[in-house]
Design a protein around this ligand. Structure first.
Ligand code: CP3
Length: 349
């Protein structure tokens, strides 16, 4: 049976029950993921369509999720641009030749997605075949700002000092960098939709480190171009970031069909600021999954009560699921959202 309630919710159509999926739903909290990763590096998995397909389907087979998300990462797109990316065990992503000067920006290449990330496009085709219409598949990319931050910092960062300084001190080079990222990200999103992705999520995880004025001036115009290109494929586009609650009306201006919100705001308050004509995804604190079930349920009830059954709510976490999350709570959460919102009553077993 095809469940398209996720796609219907993206379009703010009425649904039989609230759709639910979880950011980073394929990951280390699942024993089957850890088993596969014990044998293959992160980049090997991403670059081998059969393995990426297998991992994409692990959470889909384990839980009653309403969408799959292709297993990949936001950073490999930088490899084809000329950056040397590695995933370092215990430390996360690291780039050995980060962008530090205008000349570094000008040296960046802008390959097509078919050239740069053919393995992810092939994985999308494989997953679509395997899913056979059961649930829709989400493709994704990093947003220009978040990718620029990694490209300049060379890895994760607390204050984003180098990236923000570059943005404020080298405005011309910043524009050229963002233009290049818009080109590769836009092409990648379009290629994913052509390969079979039925929705596209743009991850701007770190945009919340910016002031609203800097976001509006130095980031929003590029984000808008990416969203516009992605929407041109006809599939719904989700824009997600964290710590953006002080600038939700600006975030609405990205033009995305769905806005992802973190847990630092009530979803009703966020929706009011975004305006009624947009779908909203989120906003459970990922740490709530570590609480005993009655406490977790109280948090889920609160999100659902605030969303109040209005069309266009997609249940999700406010950020990615954490590695130590109890698998049993993920299962209960997914089932409970469906039961509660279909009027099936709650199970307290
Ligand atoms: O959601 C999914 O299931 C799809 C897969 C997915 C991954 N990364 C797999 C991954 C998605 C959508 C991402 C997005 C991503 N990657 C973001 C944006 C979302 C967010 O969480 O803010 C960012 C910032 C990255 C960059 C990245 N990749 C970091 C910082 C790290 C290391 C930190 C960590 O969690 O280990 C990664 C590695 C990564 N990407 C893992 C997974 C499952 C862990 C790899 C492993 O050790 O097995």
């Amino acid at each position: 049976m095809t469940s398209s309630r996720f796609l219907e919710a993206c379009r703010r159509q009425p649904v039989d029950m609230t759709p639910v999926w979880l950011m980073r739903q394929a990951g280390r909290y699942m024993p089957e993921y850890r088993a596969l990763r014990a044998r293959h590096s992160m980049l090997d998995v991403i670059r081998t369509p059969a393995l990426a397909c297998e991992i994409t389907l692990q959470p889909v087979n384990a839980f009653a999720l309403d969408a799959a998300i292709i297993f990949a990462d936001i950073l490999p797109i930088l490899i084809g641009m000329g950056l040397d990316l590695a995933f370092v065990k215990g430390e996360g992503p690291a780039i050995s030749n980060p962008v530090r000067s205008p000349a570094d920006v000008d040296a960046l290449r802008t390959p097509s997605a078919e050239e740069n990330l053919p393995y992810t496009l092939e994985a999308i085709r494989l997953v679509r075949r395997e899913l056979d219409g059961r649930i829709p598949l989400i493709g994704f990319s990093g947003a220009p700002f978040t990718l620029a931050s990694y490209a300049i910092e060379g890895g994760g960062s607390k204050h984003h000092l180098r990236a923000k300084s570059f943005m404020l001190s080298q405005p011309d080079a910043w524009r050229r960098l963002m233009d290049k990222l818009v080109a590769v990200v836009g092409d990648y999103l379009v290629a994913q939709a052509r390969a079979g992705a039925q929705a596209l999520q743009v991850f701007d995880s770190w945009a919340g480190v910016l002031s609203p004025a800097d976001y509006r001036e130095c980031v929003l115009p590029y984000t808008q171009r990416v969203v516009e290109r992605a929407r041109g494929t006809g599939v719904p586009v989700i824009y997600f970031g964290t710590d953006l609650n002080g600038m939700l009306p600006l975030i609405r201006q990205t033009g995305a069909d769905v806005i992802g919100v973190d847990w630092r705001i009530g979803i009703d308050d966020a929706w009011r600021q975004l305006g009624g004509d947009v779908a909203v995804q989120g906003n459970l604190d990922p740490v709530a999954l570590f609480a005993p079930w009655p406490e977790l349920r109280r948090h889920v009830d609160d999100v659902l009560a605030r969303a109040a059954g209005r069309p266009g709510h997609i249940f999700n976490l406010g950020h990615g699921i954490l590695p130590e999350t109890p698998v049993d709570h993920v299962r209960r959460l997914v089932d409970y959202v469906h039961e509660y919102t279909s009027g099936g009553g709650e199970s307290d077993g």
